[in-house]
Design a protein around this ligand. Structure first.
Ligand code: BES
Ligand code: ZN
Length: 873
């Protein structure tokens, strides 16, 4: 393992924790004791070291157990070591290897940072209330109790919590005993499985739930604050089915009696897989059958499927060190699609996988400052920077490729073997390859190693002439560096020819004789993690195949994404790419349209000037005309899932190019919805009990609300702004708030842009949502300068309030991705360079590269693109 962090687990291995905590909601502090039994290993020493951060350790005893009995050692000094997040217990006696018990007393603070122990705020019956929750991943258990806070230091935990009488108290396991005296309830939970510290959790406060049972008898509950309990039906049904699915798929029973899913009003990420006690931000779990858009339903299913997958992949078998975080996150990000596809086959999620996971990963991995899926972690502060698209989406994409290579059944059998072999243990990437190899008999390690151990991916180029194809591979960069990498990958070419000789292509070049050159296509099915470019005449041939309807959606979207991305890099012509887009006038597939929308969006964003935005309007209107006509504004009773998802995409594209009818329709819908609306004083005070009783502009179809709000905002005035502010205040669902935030940040007037930015620090916006506001406001071309200034002016506030949040470290990327002017690079550097730290560095470099390729693309192709649009009326 290449890391310079010393593992405390190699000096003392914990086996069992007896932990008692008494948090105080009012004082925002807690006190606790912990008894850690474990084994001292390695060299004899005079001290024991544990992780802790921000705790005051007031008392410590060390007891050694050996054949002669127990021996208490004198603790002479308790030393907090800030730089290492450690507490060191010194004795004047030598501690020899063997069984040791340590008892510590400590106290700490509850802060609003949404890590460790933190408060969640909500309103019920007009009263402000608080829940107390925890978030320990990646390394925040140490902020709550002294421990060996490393994924490999697995132990069992017995937690006792003291909380106010009458409140719901949850942790990983069910309560074993509970007593109440003097208004305080003391709950001792059953011993947890042997697990990592980052998976421990507890929550208490006023909550309600709905419940059901899985096939094998596990109790499944969805918890939420009182006014949200009515929104848990969808999650309950899905969570129960998904649990059944995984028990069957993995062939290993879920080991706990219960599995809770808890919606928290304040939550830093999307959700967290604490064993048996999974926590979510509200919009990732709650669905209002009448008012939540379909895309949210799908999202909720995906998140639940993801966190449940971790109960096996992550919780039962855990990465040895953060270097292999991808084993957790990449795998869960892949199998969530398998579970959702099983439960909702009509949703077609595997095509969406290519857009949402694979294409996103290919984009980030095209930068020089990407990182390998297996990423060295030298400093704990780097951990947060790897919860990114590489660990998640590239991880998922290489798993997808591997399943394609092994076949679904061999892959599943290999996984079962892996989980059984390593249950309650820790692994690294090689352990997974080995297990899959043992079952499949295929050279998994040889095939996969390059994809996870090195950065980037290849661009496969095919020159097709007559019946010959010459194929080469080379690392693909969107921002070509001076010294490109020499790496070659073993590539499953998956061509339409499917001959033996090309089964895996791991050389620099290859010549093929083709039987059917007209249809010749590489990466058929798009399961491979690479891009393909063809000579322009062959590309034209493929374009006409598309028009004839001969190419399936996965291949259409792969071809389209590859041609535009290689054009951004200057490898193919942008004009060719845009010409190619015009073969998609008859396109009806949602996933493919997602790619088209992305192409149009990036041209608008990067080429930027008003002149080009005007010039492209006829081109775009023509492109969407057929779908606009087919889908319209009205949902059909029997339409497909894909059509329902597609409608807002098509309307969004049309509205963005100011298609007059679309814009008028959006305005009319907004007006109609809000003229009749009478927002009762009740909701304004947060007293809306049942969201169904109250009209909140809900006469607008939930799937179309974001287009309607976005359009009226973009073209609206202060009156519209005020209406949206009111809607935002009254929005019951947090997802709805985010939709409205997108609109509130879309106004053109300086005054309104500033008003929106001003809301960020107010009571109106939860800390968990601040990143959306900033990112949205930056996307608004009229607001980007002002927002950039706002970020600079409010940096200290951002750092203080979001500093431990993942989104904080993405700010350089949010800023960079909307700029394509070379002059801005200086400004960017001047601001961020002095702030660089291990957790910032990667995002900073990635942002810098984005600025570079975007400005290079604009400089290189602007004129040609403008001419193309002008000539294509
Ligand atoms: N383990 C993560 C939660 C997490 C993220 C903890 C970052 C610490 C830092 C969880 O399994 C996860 O991946 N959540 C995702 C949602 C998921 C559906 C992709 C998230 O929070 O975005
Ligand atoms: Zn995850």
């Amino acid at each position: 393992m290449s890391k310079s962090v010393t593992l405390l687990n190699q000096r003392f291995t914990p086996q069992h924790y007896v932990l008692s905590l008494s948090p105080d909601k009012q004082k925002m502090s807690f006190e606790g004791t912990v008894i850690i039994s474990g084994k001292k290993i390695g060299q004899p020493t005079k001290r024991l070291t544990f992780h802790q951060k921000g705790l005051k350790v007031t008392k410590a005893t060390i007891t050694r157990h050996d054949k002669k009995g127990d021996q208490e050692l004198r603790v002479t000094r308790i030393n907090a070591h800030k730089a290492y997040d450690e507490v060191r217990l010194h004795t004047d006696q030598t501690i020899y290897p063997g069984n040791v018990t340590v008892r510590l007393e400590f106290s700490g603070k509850i802060t609003r940072q949404m890590n460790g122990i933190y408060p969640c705020f909500f309103n019920h019956d007009g009263e402000q209330k608080k829940l107390i929750a925890t978030q320990f991943e990646s390394h925040y258990a140490r902020e709550v109790f002294p421990c060996i806070d490393e994924p490999e230091a697995k132990a069992t935990f017995q937690l006792t919590l003291t909380t106010p009488e009458g409140e719901t108290v949850l942790s990983n396991t069910p309560p074993e005993k509970q007593d109440t005296t003097n208004g305080l309830t003391t709950t001792t939970f059953e011993k947890t499985p042997h697990m990592s510290t980052y998976l421990l959790a507890f929550i208490y406060g006023e909550m309600g739930y709905e419940q059901s049972k899985s096939k094998s008898g596990t109790q499944v509950r969805i918890y939420a604050t009182a006014s949200n309990v009515a929104l848990t039906d969808f999650a309950l049904d899905f969570a129960t089915k998904a649990l059944d699915f995984y028990e069957d798929y993995f062939g290993i029973p879920y080991p706990l009696e219960k599995c809770d899913h808890i919606a928290l009003p304040d939550f830093a990420s999307g959700a967290m897989e604490n064993w048996g006690c999974i926590t979510y931000r509200e919009q990732a779990l709650l669905i209002d059958e009448e008012h939540s858009p379909l895309s949210m339903k799908q999202r909720v299913a995906m998140v639940i499927a993801h966190e449940l997958a971790h109960q096996w992949f992550g919780n039962l078998v855990t990465m040895r060190w953060w270097t292999d975080l991808w084993l957790n996150e990449g795998f869960a990000s892949w199998i969530e699609f398998l579970a959702v596809d099983h439960i909702f086959p009509e949703w077609n999620v595997w095509t969406q996988f290519l857009v949402d996971e694979q294409q996103q990963a290919l984009k980030l991995d095209a930068l020089e400052h990407t990182h390998p899926v297996e990423v060295p972690i030298k400093h704990p502060d780097e951990i947060r920077s790897i919860f990114d698209t590489i660990s998640y989406s590239k991880g998922a994409s290489v798993i997808h490729m591997l399943q394609d290579y092994l076949g679904a059944e061999a892959f599943r059998a290999g996984l079962k073997h892996y989980l059984k072999k390593h249950e309650y243990g820790n692994t690294d990437t090689v352990d997974l390859w080995r297990a899959l190899e043992e079952i499949s008999g295929k050279p998994v390690m040889d095939f996969m190693h390059a994809w996870t151990s090195t950065s980037g991916f290849p661009l496969v180029n095919a020159e097709v002439e007559n019946n010959r194809a010459r194929i080469t591979q080379r690392r693909f960069y969107v921002n070509p560096p001076e010294k490109p990498g020499e790496q070659l990958w073993p590539i499953a070419l998956q061509t339409t020819e499917s001959t033996e000789e090309e089964s895996t292509f791991d050389q620099a070049s290859l010549a093929l004789t083709l039987k059917d050159p007209d249809h010749f296509l590489i990466n058929q099915g798009s399961a491979g993690f690479y891009r393909v470019s063809y000579n322009s005449s062959h590309m034209q041939r493929l374009g006409s195949q598309i028009q004839k309807g001969h190419v399936p959606p996965e291949d259409r979207l792969g071809l389209l994404a590859d041609i535009i991305e290689t054009a951004k890099a200057g490898k193919t012509s942008t004009v060719d790419a845009l010409e190619f887009v015009s073969h998609f006038e008859d396109e009806t597939d949602y996933a493919v349209w997602d790619i088209i929308a992305g192409v149009l969006g990036s041209v608008r964003l990067v080429m930027h000037e008003e002149e080009i935005r005007e010039a492209m309007k006829p081109f775009v209107r023509h492109l969407v005309a057929k779908e606009l006509e087919r889908l319209g504004w009205e949902k059909k009773d029997d339409e497909s899932h894909f059509d329902s998802l597609l409608r807002p995409v098509i309307l969004g594209i049309a509205a963005n190019v100011d298609d007059p009818e679309t814009v008028e329709h959006a305005k009319a819908l907004f007006k109609k919805a809000h003229d009749v609306e009478d927002i009762s004083a009740d909701i304004r005070r947060g007293r809306a009990q049942d969201s169904k009783q109250v009209k909140r502009g809900n006469s607008i179809d939930s799937d179309l609300r974001s287009v309607v709000f976005g359009t009226v905002a973009r073209l609206g005035d202060e009156k519209t702004f005020d209406k949206l502010v009111e809607l935002h205040r009254n929005a019951h669902l947090s997802d709805e708030k985010v939709t409205i935030a997108a609109a509130l940040t879309s106004f053109r007037q300086e005054k309104l842009i500033k008003r929106a930015l001003g809301m960020i620090k107010s009571e109106d916006v939860r800390l968990q949502d601040v990143a959306y506001w900033m990112a949205y406001s930056l996307m608004n071309r009229h607001a980007r300068e002002i927002t950039w200034q706002w970020i600079k002016d409010n940096w200290d506030w951002l750092e203080e309030n979001l500093g431990s949040d993942l989104s904080f470290y993405r700010i350089p990327i949010y800023v960079a991705r909307v700029r394509s002017d070379k002059e801005f690079i200086k400004e960017y550097k001047a601001f961020f360079e002095p702030k660089l730290s291990p957790s910032f560095e990667r995002a900073y470099n990635q942002g810098l590269e984005m600025l570079q390729w975007q400005s290079a693309w604009k400089d290189r192709d602007y004129k040609e693109v403008l001419t193309l649009f002008k000539n294509r009326k």
